[in-house]
Design a protein around this ligand. Structure first.
Ligand code: CA
Length: 613
């Protein structure tokens, strides 16, 4: 039996891959979807932490909860956020030295990012570190971040960023380094994305889009490395970080590795926070590379999009939160990568809406064309791949191209195997050293999670969540994805005997365009308001994805009063759809109905064409 490892030394062990060529489904568990009664699109949870009889979980409404691993009984619960602001928790807590640490999400809303460390036994807060400076005329926070924010970060910000929080949320990756007794934070984008609005178009805006190293006991600052200075592209540095010892110029070195959203693979000296090397792992057009001394990207002059600019990577990133893996056995890092450009354009009419989505980018530029063939061409631009990367030589060793741009996290085992799911639902095993495909299983819906492996009773299992989530699945590239069946946990073993239940997921209601005539002006106004306020959850072009309804098929579309009750008054607030009365006038609400009706007509025409063929 090969014991599974994700990042540990691969000593001993025989090649186990040949046995896993014949892996079978062992167990199927149906999952549930959480809901949140506020305007937040990304209703997800990236995991729990377990330590000494306690399991720790962050909730979408900002609580951190400790449960007994034996009984599930709640041991303590603490509110980690200010509930009057649009904070949420989507990341997993981490445990170290009798502390549990959690960050938060919401850097498109009205938040100021921070992490908090709590006592595992009592839930009492021990320290907090803010990632961006607060109001310069207010009193200091009285937290571990006070002095470094004042000294280093505040001089890199301009204007009134603090009125909207500034962003910089630590929404996913946090790593504990036992060797140096530190924690490293992956810090997200600023609020709003566009620096022109956020910080008068100036400054690095520390510590957004950075990795920050802190003392694990006190939260005191140790170093930072900013991947994307003055980030205006949603280039969060929240991707997972792998700590390893690599041979650098012939000597072993303690490093931190990240395949960052901005398209570059970074190897950083984790003692000092200085750059060892950086190289792009996906095509990129925004820099002439990374300066080896300063570590700063040599950015092109048009990247702050005074004129509309198509950038690669786009805001989805060359790699997002899907965990990459490192195999000490092969010395390679395995990156779930994607290629998806984004058209950035300054939004001259931007208004700040604290409970809605704020980028200060013209979101209508993301709207896919009405024409089905043009949409198909757009989707063809989007690619997903598994890349095996040599972190010492900074070069690709092999890659596996996927049918789907969005792919799941990676598991590397001591048996020279990799497991990875894909957005299209394939769950595959590869040889880690040369990328040869060994096995695959077609899951009932897309896979975005990372697999896990464990042994019980002398038997090895591989488990993965199948199911869609995340706002990206509603983007233009994803527009034709049909509704997926419920999320499932799939567990595999060599001699598994489970059978996947039949899925009845394809019974979507038909397009429901009302029998009314809207003016072209209404449709255009509606298109703009829809792109600004609705698209991030309900899909660009009103092409809905999975966890939120496809509005083109909604019965409310033909009933103006019902549409108004939902969109304006918040009749479905309990299900997560807030009312937009404070942001949209009655005629704008009606215009969104006109636009969605127009899109519903297109869908009906398309469906009729395809069924009469
Ligand atoms: Ca972000």
């Amino acid at each position: 039996m090969e014991l599974p490892v994700r990042h540990q030394s691969g000593r001993g062990g025989h090649p186990g891959y040949h046995r896993w060529c014949d892996v079978r489904l062992e167990r199927v568990v149906e999952g549930l979807c959480a809901r949140r009664g506020d305007g937040f699109a990304d209703v997800v949870n990236r995991g729990v932490a377990v330590s000494e009889g306690r399991v720790f979980v962050g909730t979408i409404d900002g609580r951190l909860i400790a449960l007994s691993t034996k009984t599930g009984r709640q041991l303590w619960s603490t509110l980690t956020i200010d509930p009057t602001r649009a904070y949420s928790i989507t990341g997993a807590p981490r445990v170290f030295n009798n502390k549990v640490i959690i960050g938060n999400a919401g850097s498109e809303y009205d938040v100021r990012g921070y992490v908090s460390a709590y006592d595992v036994a009592t839930g009492k807060r021990i320290w907090r570190f803010y990632t961006v400076p607060g109001n310069p005329s207010a009193a200091p926070d009285g937290e571990a971040s006070d002095s470094i924010l004042n000294k280093l970060a505040r001089p890199t910000w301009y204007g009134n960023w603090y009125e909207h929080g500034g962003g910089g949320s630590v929404w996913d990756s946090i790593v504990f380094d036992p060797q140096l007794n530190r924690v490293y934070l992956g810090v997200g984008n600023g609020t709003p994305w566009n620096r022109k609005v956020r910080s008068e178009g100036k400054g690095d805006n520390l510590f957004i889009a950075s990795i920050v190293g802190l003392d694990a006991d006190t939260g005191a600052y140790r170093w930072h490395f900013q991947m994307s200075p003055g980030d205006s592209w949603d280039f969060d540095a929240c991707q997972n970080m792998i700590l390893a010892t690599l041979p650098i110029q012939g000597a072993p070195k303690s490093v931190l590795m990240q395949a960052s959203k901005n398209g570059f693979f970074y190897v950083i000296d984790r003692n000092t926070g200085t750059l060892i090397s950086a190289k792009n792992f996906v095509p990129q057009n925004w820099t002439d590379g990374i300066d080896p001394v300063s570590g700063r990207p040599r950015m092109h002059s048009d990247v702050f999009y005074e004129k509309p600019t198509l950038m690669m990577p786009g805001g989805i990133g060359g790699h997002s939160w899907h965990p990459m893996a490192f195999s000490p056995r092969t010395g390679l890092v395995y990156i779930p990568a994607q290629e998806l450009p984004l058209n950035y354009a300054n939004d001259g009419r931007f208004e700040y809406h604290p409970k809605a989505w704020n980028t200060a980018i013209d979101m209508s530029a993301f709207t896919p064309p009405d024409d089905a063939a043009a949409r198909k061409a757009l989707r063809a631009l989007a690619k997903g791949e598994l890349i095996a990367w040599d972190p010492v030589a900074q070069k690709e060793v092999w890659r596996a191209a996927h049918d789907h741009f969005w792919n799941g996290g990676v598991l590397a085992t001591a048996g020279n195997l990799l497991f990875q799911g894909e957005g299209g639902g394939e769950f595959r095993a590869y040889r880690a050293d040369n990328g040869r495909a060994l096995w695959s299983f077609k899951a009932p819906s897309g896979i975005v999670a990372a697999p896990a492996s464990y042994a019980h009773g002398g038997r090895q299992y591989v488990a993965v969540l199948s199911g869609w989530g995340g706002l990206v699945l509603n983007t233009a590239a994803q527009a034709e994805q049909r509704r997926a069946p419920p999320g499932r946990v799939l567990v595999f073993a060599l001699d598994g005997k489970a059978i996947l239940p039949a899925s009845n997921s394809d019974n979507l209601p038909p397009a429901n365009p009302p029998d009314e005539v809207f003016t072209a002006e209404q449709v255009e106004t509606g298109a703009n308001q829809y792109a600004r306020n609705c698209a991030v959850c309900h899909g660009w072009g009103a092409m809905g994805g999975d966890i939120v309804p496809d509005l083109r098929r909604s019965s409310a579309l033909s009933t103006p009063l019902q549409w108004k009750a939902i969109v304006s008054e918040g009749a479905l607030a309990g299900a997560g759809m807030i009312g937009f009365k404070r942001y949209l006038s009655p005629s704008e609400v009606e215009a969104t109905r006109a636009y969605v009706s127009h899109q519903a007509s297109l869908l009906r025409e398309e469906t009729e064409r395809s069924t009469t063929k």
